[in-house]
Design a protein. Sequence first.
Lengths: 470, 561
Amino acid sequence: MGDITYKAGREPHPREKRLIFRNVDREGWDTSIDCAMKDGGYEQAKKALTLEPKAITDEVKTSGLRGRGGAGFPTGVKWGFIPPTNTKPVYLICNADESEPGTFKDRYILHQDPHQLIEGMIISCYAVGAKLAYIYVREEFPEAAKILEKAIGEAHEKGFLGKDIQGSGFDLEIYVHRGAGAYICGEETGLIESLEGKRPYPRIKPPYFPAALGLYMSPTIVNNVETLCHVKHIMEMGGEEYAKLGTPRNTGTRILCVSGDVQQPGYYEVEVGKLTFGELVNDVCGGLKSGRKLKAVIPGGSSAKVLRADERFKIKKGDDEVEIGVEDIPMDFDTLMACGSMAGSGGVIVMDDSRSMTWVLNNINNFYAHESCGQCTPCREGSLWMKKITDRVVSGGGTPSDIDTLAGVAKNIDGRTICAFGEACSWPTSSFVAKFRDELVASTTEENAGKATTPEAAAQRRYLKAEPVA
Amino acid sequence: MVNVQIDGTWMQFPKGTRMIEACRQAGVEVPHYCYHPKLTSPGNCRMCLVQMGMPPRLAPGQEPEKDEDGRTKIQWMPRPAIACANTVADGMGIRTGGELVDECRRGVMEFLLINHPLDCPICDQAGECRLQEFSVEHGNGVSRFVDNKVKKPKNVDIGPRIRLDDERCIMCSRCIRFCQEIPEDDVLGFTDRGSHTVLTTHPGKKLANDYSLNTVDICPVGALTSNDFRFQMRVWFLKETPSICTGCGRGCNTILGSREDEMYRITPRENDAVNSSWMCDHGRQEFQLLSNERRLTDPLVLGDQGHRLSSWSEAHQTAAAGLKLLGPEEIAIVASARMTNEELYMVRRLAAHLKTEWVDVVPRSQEGDDLLIAEDANPNSLGAKLVLGLENPGAKLADIKAGVEKGTIKAVLAFDENLIGAGFEEASLKKLAFLLNTHLLANPTADVAQVVYPSAGFAEKRGSMINVTGRLQRLNQAVQPPGQVMENWEVLRDLIQALTGSNGLYMIEDVFKLMAGEIAAFKGLSLTKIGDLGVALLETEEKVPLLEKERERVAKGLIVG
Ligand SMILES: Cc1cc2nc3c(=O)[nH]c(=O)nc-3n(C[C@H](O)[C@H](O)[C@H](O)COP(=O)(O)O)c2cc1C
Ligand code: SF4
Ligand code: SF4
Ligand code: SF4
Ligand code: FES
């Protein structure tokens, strides 16, 4: 990184390790292919095209790369799921729908370094045998779509896309597809439906696992923007070398998007697991706002379960079990999972003691009630119900029993839906109730029990009790 | 075959069997809304959640744990699975009850009801509503919901025959899938999202295809109602009579819904050799004719002052008198391929008594479609061919007409046909020495006939017909005919009796027996043996386009079938 200078005030923190964001905020950097090629752009693609596709997949497996889109699934393993007997075309889709609240990383790649993504996609497509790839760009990123279109055009001109790329015999076209303006378009099977021109209703799995029955019922690999960019660096470093970054099983770097009550919110690319949450907040983000205490953190995007500042966790360290606090949690996939939450999409939402948890939960519930696609019963009805309850609680109309109902509703969604949105929308409620129950109950009053706030509610309540109605 | 344990009992099923069907075969009905065996499975309602288990994955060298029967112990999964779209696998266990499953069902029921209007007292679906049924079986007694319900469009005119109540819709998408997959008329869809999702028609389009009313049948709730049936009758008062549709040569199997001798609706009845689970919209409206204001209810005899009501015996005497003076060459019979085999057989006997060779039926064709609607608009053309011995139905009509015009034919008996509609001239009919017309409705031929017999409609009688594929099927009586109307085979019997003075037929079963004795194809059969699903009687080249398409979809694994 020595010869790279960054724009004033936008320099990476010394604890960062910039791989993917190497060129983000870089002085003198633009999105043209010339700029990218002067910096070694497309060299890895050229190299990859001389290798056996399987060798690339093997490198990716060796690298230990796990998906950055949310689930943290090993990328090389996913690529291996394409049925060996397949005779249909294979598609690759770059998921650029980035819409999980708290997550803002892919957009910088799209806006500032499109050629890194295209190069990563060329290598990945070659590895999985895809001759057609799509970048599904979030509807609210119109500039990104334009930048990508231009970059794809340039790559065509330079012979990195199209027929017989660099004389390798490999053909590839990449198309940009503008998203349909809904969070659920980021769920991979919803995305595929949307790409096919339909409502983004997620498909049931089984049988519709994308690697076997994806776009147009053909094998399809869906990867996140950041994941595909990592492939380029694995190509460059070799899988083994890449795997030395980060920690075992949690390799490489990842971009953490820190928002909320810290001095310097923003994006920070760090080696996975090399930084604890405390170090992230106190060293990298300049600490909490002055005079404030940490109250809670949502470590992996709004759907990750909240962690309370004073919680203690038992995790495995080598063969031993150790007890740690929130600030000691290394920000990696496995530890966050062991602590009952997840690394998710890398969106770290920090809350200090000025925050009302009731309000925060209501805010999150609002989002999920608005974004549920409405296809399956528990999520469709449950997400709006939870919002209605917390709406009432924040506006002073709640009763203590509402908090039990909230937990019950969340429980009835979790694990019973078509797609993982069910968990995404119920985990905030179940974790907030589990961890901030007293605060939530304190926002309610017993006197509200049985009281109706609207004529319709009055009518509803008549049927609540088995007693005869006057 | 794979071994599957369902609620503790091991059974065998073919590979690929859906869990819900395996359970059904094991005698357990898994509650469901969105699943329909003839449609694709989106798995959206989540009512069919069951607990699933598989043999545990073993580490190398590890011995599986066995239960008392020596079978590998099942490792139950903590997450429920949908039974509608998942298939069975060897060693699988399914629990259709228990704590997890019961809780899932209670949860889904609660979710479905919180925004439901619960206007059961004025809802046409009440009594045959899955939401009601599963509420009773799997729901909670009380509601935890105290907030305002989502408001949606009500009483929406989505097509000429159907109304939509979006608040009642549980978004199972059955109607949408039906339109996409069967008539391939993709007019229905959801807009908006989440709990605010509404079912609607494509802008500028209506749900108006020939099969639209099937959506009303498969809608598990009262969201889609038929304009015809809306607010007409509580369903629990309806008597259900299995029968067949006589609207065209397909002979779709039906259920006639009636109460106290009044017909209220016709719905399709599943028969996978005829109509699958569907029928066309025209067929459902057939019963409207039965209460048409032009319905004939009594025998009529033409006098000086026009037609007057008569008794059956007077009408038969008049007819007998009109025919007795004529020779066989002078009498023609125009029967109908809308008549049952039994009625046609009585026509055959009548013709034999009269010794006339002039016997034919009126062919009727229409534009068919590539689903169910047949080109043959007559429901029993093959029956007419077989029973009346016609090689080519309609071939003799021109000669009969010419004979009438020339005056060589002096009497015509027109059974269930309007001759004027079939190309006969009113003037030449007026010249006839004798004209008899039986018909359901007043019609121009009856206007000039010496004797008019009222006919019983398809829902008012029993009998059998042969559809275009050669399948022998049974009509059943749902309602009593009005006025003096009798079943047509009895009328024909009485006419023959008036002509010959002899006849000993008292039951339609006897007619069938006689017919089976005379016509080889019916040998060994009886009305009882035909059963509710009919029997393949004649070999034909005819295929049912809709069934062919369904078979393809079954082969592709898209539907269960
Ligand atoms: C409700 C929902 C929304 C999602 N949104 C996104 C998204 O915006 N971007 C993304 O990359 N993955 C998203 N995912 C995850 C994708 O389904 C998929 O797992 C991911 O794109 C795979 O890429 P990866 O293996 O590279 O992580 C979402 C998942 C769910 C359940
Ligand atoms: S879980 Fe929610 S978002 Fe996912 S399919 Fe069901 S309703 Fe849609
Ligand atoms: S659809 Fe069913 S539950 Fe709803 S109002 Fe009608 S009968 Fe009642
Ligand atoms: S109208 Fe009926 S069939 Fe159609 S989606 Fe709604 S509930 Fe299902
Ligand atoms: S029947 Fe609806 S999900 Fe299975």
